[in-house]
Design a protein around this ligand. Sequence first.
Ligand code: AMP
Length: 241
Amino acid sequence: MLNKTIAYTGERKVFIMFGAGNCGKGTQAEELVKLYDIPQLSTGDMLRKAVKDGSDLGKIAGPIMQSGGLVPDDLMIDIVKARIAQNDCAKGFILDGFPRTLNQAEKLKTLLNEQKITPTLIYLDISEELAINRGVGRYYCKVCGSNMNTFYNANFKKAVEEATQKGVKVLHNQKGCTGEMFQRDDDKIDTIKKRYKSFKETSYPGFEALAQESNYIKLVIDGDQPKEKITSIIKDFLQTA
Ligand code: AMP
């Protein structure tokens, strides 16, 4: 089932991933990248890179992101417009983290209509409790970038507890990588709660606005399931959509 590939029909394939932070939309977007050979456009990743590079955008976005707020719409719309005009998006693209407001959704709708694109909306629904558990348990490796989660991995949880007790760094120690593990600044419980509230109040109306378009393809999934199961639900749906 998981190895099924889906034929490319010639039209521009556009997916819009929705869901509160930690719902797993980034992970599922990666599966769509493999399936359709189109890029995943994570606005969060673009902004994190801008912060790391110390660009003008990064200087504006950094403090907003750290507090769990939203970067202004006009900036985000310009970033996305410019990105989807690049060559690698000619066959299609996956939006991961955009739109996040009703205004962004309306602007995106206009853009898609102008380009005669019929997108597929995928919404992964999770509870606030799950968003918190996933967020506070997640660590990224400074060397290889992969992540591990104390919520799902008892051995890793023990390793984190031991390292914290001893006051030493948490190390990756997987597949020959011994990089230092770190937590994202916005994976703090208060920030996660703020982001969850912001998703429900500010971002969800954007999903509703797009979902009202009768020709758009829509899929809503319970995000509290193993990632392989969700991938399989999405693939099966796309076979028939
Ligand atoms: P993410 O990695 O998608 O959770 O995004 C991390 C942070 O980047 C968010 O909490 C926002 O501060 C910012 N961000 C990402 N995408 C957007 C967007 N479309 N509009 C406004 N802010 C965004």
